[in-house]
Unconditional design. Structure first.
Length: 452
C-alpha cells in the first residue's frame, strides 16, 4: 500500500475513464475506485503526464458522489484506489431554516471552509441524514454563500461535534453510532464528552501526570459535608465543580471565614453563610450533590489583579502523534471565579502576558510539555479514537503547573482573538491529517466489504 496526494478533478471529454499519472503504470492494476462507502468498478484507464493530477470522466465523478473539486490523499490497496479522507462531521440539533444548525451554523461554516483548504472532503450530517438501504447520506455543504444538501457516500472517518451530553446519550444517536462503527467499521474520533472525575482518576494513577492534579474528592450524598470540611481544612479555598459541567456554569468557590464561609459563583455575588452545613444544605436543594467534585483552590498568576489560566489545544497529526496547536491566556472577569468568556473572561496571547521573550518561551515550553504529557496518558487510558483535547492549565505563584480540566470537544471561543486565527487554521489542518491517518489505518485492518 502507498499513499500520495493528488488533485481530483473532472475530465469533460471522456466517458467511464480514469486518467492517471503515468507513474501508475508501474503499480498494480486498478479494478475499482472508492470514496467513503461508494465503490465504482466499471471504467477504463488512461495515462497522462500530469504527475499530481487524477482526472475522472464526468460520469465517474458523478457516480462516486464526489462533493467538490479538491486535493485528496489517494491510497491503492488490493487493486482499489481509495480517495479521501471523506470526513463526516456528525452533530444534532438541525433546524428547518436558512441556518440549519441554528446559532452554531457559523461555527460549522467556518469548520467546513477551513477543511476545504486541505486535502480531502468534508460534510455535516446527523442521524436523520442516512439512507441505510442505499448506503448514502444527505450531507450538508456550504457552497457559494449558502447551505446545500447533496447525496454523498457514508464517510471514511467521523468527527464528532455533538452539541451536548444530552444529545450524545440519545438512544437514536447511540444506535447510529453503533451501526457506523461496528457494522461499517468507520472510525469515529472524539467519541464522547470527558467526565471530570473519570479523567482525574485516570491521570492520578500515572506517575507522569499525578503531580499536575489539584487535591480533589468526589462528593456523595452520605458524607459530602465531611469531605468538603476536610478539604477546606487543608486548603483555605476550594472549588465545587459539576463532573459533567461546561462553560463555568454551576461552579462555586468556598472560602473559610471567621464567621463561617463565603461562597462565590460566576453570578458575581459573594454570599456569606454562618456555617458550611448551611451552604451544603442549599447546594443539595439546587443540585444533585453526587454530580460534584470538590477541588483545592490554587493561587494563580495574576495580571492587573485578575487571575488567569491557559487554554492549550492539542491535536494528533498525520502520523497519529500529539502536537500542540494553540496556546492562549484566559483572564477572569470582574467579580467572577473562572476565566470563561461566557462569564466575562478575556482572551490574551502569551505575548500580551509575557512581553519579555525569554520568559514567554519558557512558559510556552512548560505548558506545551505538560499538555503533550497529559494528552498521551489520556489517550493511553481512555477508550476510542481521541484526536484533539483542550486543556485548562494554571500556573501558581511558585511557577507550578496545574491541570483543571480536559475537554474532548474543546470550544473555539478563544479564536475570536485576531492573533489566534493562525492556530485555528492549524487545528483544521491537523483534524484533516488525523482523519487521513485513521482512514489509512482502518484500510489495513478491514476487508472493505461495506462499500457500494
Amino acid at each position: 500500500m502507498n499513499k500520495n496526494r493528488y488533485i481530483i478533478a473532472p475530465h469533460l471529454t471522456s466517458e467511464k475513464t480514469i486518467h492517471l499519472p503515468a507513474h501508475f503504470k508501474q503499480k498494480d492494476i486498478i479494478y475499482s475506485l472508492a470514496l467513503g462507502s461508494r465503490l465504482v468498478d466499471d471504467f477504463n484507464i488512461s495515462y497522462h503526464q500530469h504527475p499530481n493530477k487524477i482526472l475522472l470522466s464526468e460520469d465517474l465523478y458523478r457516480d462516486l458522489l464526489i462533493p467538490y473539486q479538491s486535493k485528496a490523499d489517494v491510497i491503492t490497496l488490493d487493486h482499489t484506489l481509495f480517495i479521501g479522507p471523506l470526513i463526516g462531521i456528525f452533530t444534532a440539533g438541525f433546524e428547518q431554516s436558512t441556518q440549519p444548525l441554528g446559532t452554531r451554523s457559523d461555527f460549522f461554516i467556518k469548520l467546513l471552509h477551513s477543511f476545504r483548504q486541505h486535502a480531502g472532503f468534508a460534510y455535516v450530517f446527523g442521524t436523520h441524514s442516512i439512507d441505510w438501504e442505499k448506503g448514502i447520506v444527505e450531507g450538508l455543504l456550504y457552497q457559494q454563500q449558502s447551505w446545500v444538501k447533496k447525496q454523498l457516500p457514508l464517510p471514511s472517518v467521523i468527527y464528532d461535534r455533538l452539541p451536548n451530553r444530552k444529545a450524545a446519550q440519545s438512544a437514536f444517536i447511540q444506535e447510529t453510532k453503533r451501526k457506523l462503527t461496528q457494522d461499517y467499521d468507520i472510525p469515529w474520533f472524539n467519541p464522547y464528552f470527558f467526565n471530570k472525575w473519570e479523567i482525574h482518576e485516570q491521570l492520578l494513577t500515572d506517575e507522569k501526570t499525578w503531580s499536575f492534579l489539584p487535591h480533589s474528592v468526589k462528593l456523595d450524598p452520605v458524607d459530602a459535608l465531611s469531605k468538603i470540611e476536610t478539604l477546606l481544612h487543608l486548603h483555605h479555598a476550594i472549588y465545587l465543580k459539576p463532573t459533567n459541567g461546561s462553560h463555568g456554569d454551576s461552579i462555586y468557590q468556598v472560602k473559610k471565614e471567621d464567621h463561617g464561609v463565603t461562597v462565590c459563583s460566576n453570578l458575581g455575588r459573594a454570599i456569606p453563610y454562618h456555617s458550611l452545613d448551611h451552604f451544603v444544605q442549599r447546594l443539595r436543594k439546587d443540585h444533585t450533590i453526587h454530580d460534584f467534585i470538590a477541588q483545592q483552590g490554587i493561587e494563580l498568576l495574576q495580571i492587573d489583579n485578575q487571575s488567569m489560566d491557559f487554554r492549550v489545544h492539542t491535536n494528533k497529526n498525520k502520523d497519529g502523534q500529539w502536537t500542540v496547536t494553540a496556546v492562549a491566556a484566559k483572564v477572569s472577569g470582574d467579580h467572577t471565579i473562572t476565566t470563561h468568556q461566557s462569564h466575562g473572561g478575556a482572551v490574551k496571547t502569551l505575548y500580551d502576558i509575557f512581553p519579555e521573550e525569554k520568559k514567554r518561551l519558557q512558559i510556552l515550553q512548560q505548558l506545551s510539555h505538560t499538555a503533550l504529557t497529559l494528552s498521551q496518558v489520556i489517550d493511553e487510558k481512555m477508550s476510542g479514537y481521541i484526536g484533539e483535547i483542550g486543556f485548562d492549565l494554571g500556573i501558581d505563584q511558585t511557577g507550578t503547573i496545574w491541570m483543571f480540566e480536559a475537554n474532548s470537544r474543546p470550544g473555539r471561543e478563544i479564536f475570536q482573538h485576531a492573533s489566534l486565527k493562525k492556530s485555528e487554521r492549524l487545528i483544521a489542518k491537523r483534524i484533516m491529517e488525523y482523519a487521513s491517518y485513521l482512514s489509512k489505518t482502518v484500510l489495513t485492518t478491514t476487508d472493505h466489504t461495506n462499500v457500494y
